[in-house]
Design a protein around this ligand. Structure first.
Ligand SMILES: Nc1ncnc2c1ncn2[C@@H]1O[C@H](COP(=O)(O)OP(=O)(O)OP(=O)(O)O)[C@@H](O)[C@H]1O
Ligand SMILES: [Mg+2]
Length: 252
């Protein structure tokens, strides 16, 4: 569970990037964060990774209060997250296998665990045949899949991605989104910042829109229409019964 209560972030320049955000994201949700350039999306992302500290308010991620967390515990907190960036941030002098294995070594996994886990993750991300390739010999979509494999290898509870498809064509964007959906269906909470309107409308997930440091809308995908029993009587009563599914909405 991710909870933000009255969160504000003002940069040292005086720039109020996040002005008052209240937000709950439940375990296992898939959430898009959209909004104009400069609306505060990456700032929110950095607050969640604890790269930045909120100026005021409370951010609690899986029970961890990010304003109170001790500096020495931040790496441990970050290991509960998988993080993916627009520019991949791979190790260009290491092959695909080593890029993913590196994240396992950091947490002290044994050689045999790495030999078992990395090929499994490469298979899930569609990179099984590319394990020996170096990032420079991969397409943008493949590089992003390596970044996602690396982010997922330690089974994070939450996957955070800041414009993971910003540098990709529409075919690769589609492939990455499908991969994120698969990861989500396996139980990981997925939070994706994107500018891709096409993907947002196609994926039918919760969409949080930011503007000038505020959340200006938080929309859930439309439910499939509930079949409405044939209604007898005048048009007024018909109107009322048609509205009911919306009124008894169980969204949070
Ligand atoms: N390090 C910084 N110091 C001061 N101001 C900053 C800093 N980083 C971002 N800002 C400002 O904070 C505001 C929000 O920036 P942020 O990077 O969060 O926007 P964004 O929604 O991610 O935009 P984009 O879609 O262009 O990536 C902007 O006005 C930006 O200029
Ligand atoms: Mg940004």
């Amino acid at each position: 569970m991710i909870e933000l209560k009255n969160v504000c972030k003002t940069y040292e320049t005086g720039n109020k990037a996040i002005r008052n955000i209240n937000l709950n994201i439940r375990d296992g949700e898939f959430v898009f964060i959209v909004g104009k350039s400069g609306s505060g999306k990456s700032t929110l992302f950095k607050l969640l990774t604890r790269e930045l500290k909120a100026t005021s308010g409370e951010i609690i991620v899986n029970g961890c209060d990010l304003n109170k967390i001790k500096r020495r515990n931040i790496p441990k907190y970050r290991r509960t997250l998988g993080v993916v960036f627009q520019d991949f941030r791979l190790l260009y002098d290491r092959n695909v296998f080593e890029n993913v294995a590196f994240a396992q070594r950091v947490i002290g996994a044994s050689g045999s665990e790495i030999k078992r886990n990395v090929p499994e993750m490469l298979k899930l991300t569609g990179l099984g045949a590319k394990y020996k390739s170096y990032p420079n010999h991969l397409s943008g979509g493949e590089q992003q899949r390596v970044a996602i494999a690396r982010a997922l290898i330690n089974h994070p509870q939450v996957l955070l991605a800041d414009e993971p498809t910003g540098n990709l064509d529409s075919y690769n964007t589609h492939e990455i989104m499908r991969l994120l959906e698969t990861v989500n269906s396996m139980g990981t909470t997925v939070i994706v910042i994107t500018h891709s309107k096409e993907m947002v409308s196609e994926m039918k997930k919760r969409v949080i829109t930011m503007d000038k440091g505020l959340i200006v809308s938080d929309e859930y995908p439309e439910k499939k229409p509930v079949s409405v029993m044939p209604v007898m009587g005048n048009s007024r009563s018909r109107g009322k019964s048609r509205r009911r599914p919306e009124n008894t909405d169980d969204r949070i």
